[in-house]
Design a protein around this ligand. Structure first.
Ligand code: PMP
Length: 360
């Protein structure tokens, strides 16, 4: 078996140790004679797996007791679609910060339900940066403020948590959750699709302050109502059991690595090595403002776009997979989430230097 280095933006690399454990436990989970996938979600065995995963996530992010953690289906896209239904209450507007593709999609969904105020947008700067706090035009009557902490396609990451006074802050943290320590108490809602830093696709994690539950519009479908999920411990219907289990293994792996503080250090080192390689050459370029360069998704272009396909072919042959940029922007993108080892970044940096020598 030769596992290669996987730079996919998502579904993304998982820790090899986690995959090996899942493989070992796959046919017979803990001597029960069946797979975790074949068990009732209401069995004592699965409930213990589910609650351990929640506890481990609470430990990793120091989630305060007045927050519920939900393990749902539907991906981040479903969350930004249900959010307005759940959070508007008696308000009729919400503030959104627009930093790129994922913010825009969230805005388009919210516009179905309420007036959306664009509190700031960096569209005129081609989304190569995030707005600064002083640029945010926040409405104190907004139901909530929404932003995307890391734009997975543009490679733009906020370097601060917006201050929104008494208005709840809602964040799509799909592509940088668990990449560093977090003060959860600054947020009303944090949501993230699992398939980057949490586990396999099919699971979505929502962390919600409990005073924000119970405001859903009457027309909200049951499965889109956070209060229903909170009351039922995410088991109002059959939850994504295998994803939840696997996320639990990832959380344990993260604890073994030293938690999110240790991940933050490794992530900073990985990102700075890769950006240094890009910046030290005229052959590679990344357009993002230094303070907003994502530590998770590093897009870069080659001086000659005609070489893109050669770069992709040769990198693949060298065991470096999934470096193609998003179809909307082209170029390259290396996603270097928690589970992508530093050795992968070292190998990529070395490959890039060799490629430039041969083709530059
Ligand atoms: N938000 C962000 C920041 C993302 O990166 C993605 C997926 N790439 C999504 C939302 C959509 O996630 P999903 O496919 O789970 O709906």
């Amino acid at each position: 078996m030769a596992r290669k280095f996987n730079f996919s933006a998502g579904p993304a690399a998982l820790p090899e140790a986690v995959l090996a454990q899942a493989q070992e436990e796959l046919l017979d989970w803990h001597g029960n004679g069946l797979s975790i996938m074949e068990m009732s979600h209401r069995s004592d065995e699965f409930v213990s797996v589910a609650s351990q995963a929640e506890q481990d996530l609470r430990d990793l992010l120091s989630i305060p007791d007045n927050y519920k953690v939900l393990f749902l289906q539907g991906g981040a896209t479903s969350q930004f679609s249900f959010l307005p239904l759940n959070l508007l209450g008696d308000r009729n507007s919400a503030d959104y910060i627009n930093t790129g593709v994922w913010s825009k999609k969230a805005i388009a969904e919210a516009q179905r339900y309420c007036q959306v105020n664009i509190a700031a947008t960096t569209e005129s700067e081609r989304f190569f940066c995030a707005p600064e706090q002083a640029q945010l035009q926040l409405d104190p009557n907004a139901a909530y403020v929404h932003y995307t902490s890391n734009e997975t396609i543009g490679g733009v990451e906020f370097d601060y948590i917006p201050q929104t006074g008494d208005v709840p802050l809602v964040v799509d943290m799909s592509s940088n959750i668990l990449s560093s320590a977090l003060d959860v108490s600054k947020f009303g809602v944090i949501y993230a699709g699992a398939q980057k830093n949490i586990g396999p696709a099919g699971l979505t994690v929502v962390i919600i302050r409990d005073d924000l539950l119970g405001k859903a519009q009457a027309m909200t479908p049951t499965m889109m109502n956070y209060a229903v999920h909170a009351k039922a411990d995410s088991m109002n219907n059959t939850p994504p059991t295998f994803g939840w289990y696997l996320a639990g293994l990832v959380f344990q792996w993260l604890k073994q690595q030293g938690g999110v503080e240790a991940m933050a250090q490794t992530n900073a080192r990985k990102a700075s090595k890769l950006y240094a390689a890009i910046d030290s050459s005229d052959f590679y370029a990344n357009p993002v403002a230094l303070r907003n360069r994502s530590r998770m998704n590093v897009p870069f272009t080659l001086a000659d776009a005609a070489l893109d396909s050669v770069f992709l072919e040769e990198s693949k042959a060298a065991g470096l997979l999934n470096l193609e940029g998003h179809r909307s922007v082209g170029g390259m993108r290396a996603s270097i989430y928690n589970a992508v080892p530093e050795a992968a970044v070292d190998a990529l940096v070395q490959f890039m230097a060799e490629f430039e020598r041969r083709h530059g």
